[in-house]
Design a protein around this ligand. Sequence first.
Ligand code: AMP
Length: 421
Amino acid sequence: MQTIEKFNFADKKVFVRVDFNVPLDENGNITDDTRIRAALPTLKRILNDGGSLIIASHMGRPKKNPDIKYSLKQILAHVSDLLGIDVKFAPDCADEEAAKLAAGLKAGEALLLENLRFYAEEEGKPRGLAEDASDDEKAAAKKAVKESQKEFTKKLASYADCYVNDAFGTAHRAHASTALIAKYFDEGNKMFGYLMEKEVNAVQKILADTVRPFTAIMGGSKVSSKIEIIENLLTKVDNLIIAGGMTYTFTKALGGKIGRSICEDDKLDLALELMEKAEKNDVNMVLAVDAKIADDFSNDANTKFVAVDEIPDGWEGLDIGPETEKIFADVIRNSKTILWNGPTGVFEFDNFTSGSRAVGEAIVEATKNGAFSLVGGGDSVACVNKFGLADGVSYVSTGGGALLEAIEGCVLPGIEAIRGY
Ligand code: AMP
């Protein structure tokens, strides 16, 4: 397999798929440029080698072409600043002008293409179908967009000599620029960027090259959104810590009193099944024993600590209690591989951050002692950032949905397209 480290980009035109889907304020200013910065090592490596860049990304979920609110023109100046060169802009990613601009690029120059998703062909999903469209009409529209998707993909591929995918955030999508385009490049001319490589290696370290004991901490609000992940992890981990809002579905399933804590009543049987499966697989499933409860879903609510299965009516668990913090931290400190997905409580409220902070700190301690720790999937990333712990863990993933699908054990099209299986 080709790698970015080995490849010589001198005089090559390089199509780089990045994830520049950054948040913007109402005036179009970038509020968090982490995703752009994350791709810089790849982009700079290519430029320093004497290659030229065709930078391609999506932003948001545009419904038409153009959909100015989602224009990548808004980030052009910042990308130029970060790269230290005047990046050119193609106002349509797939027209003749874009092809001309790409063809005219000289060594060390860069072109940013307008939002790929202005074209329905990027995702390959039909647009503008009437709400009452028949199944036949839907099928015909789908077929049509799949047909034109081939032309669109070929067009993008025609701009460049080689293809680099550095967009882990969209690796779980089989879109034109994330997966389909790879087939227009030979084995030796397509590769992961540095960011993608780091993400793929981190998942590999967790799921394949696991050093034991392996502990996963699954938090967040609902069991239903994490079933597949929990099921897959039950075949891999030594310890599975259940935290956050999903705690109470397990507590209720075991016959406990949970007051008005968040609970999925239709998942009580599933919770019991998961516990049985854990026992069968010799997995130590670690549940909370106490909770910090509140008489209102607010930061200023009255609070107290109670046993997790004795929550009075009218009260709800918004974080784990001190006993649980100790139990979780002990398990984490004794682990050699750690995956953290989802907070232990409503960490957005300052009075309910203690559990998530304790988990984060225990992970940092274990990491200092040689464990490999991966934090990923949305809110746990926000947690480690909020508590200033990001530097103390081995890897903080940039890919929400993509990371979760990888942990579920799915093959990600963006990875498969380059690596093959
Ligand atoms: P997820 O996106 O599934 O990882 O869920 C993250 C969200 O779960 C955060 O916004 C937390 O506030 C929320 N959460 C965590 N614990 C609780 C809880 N005990 N009750 C309600 N929401 C919770």
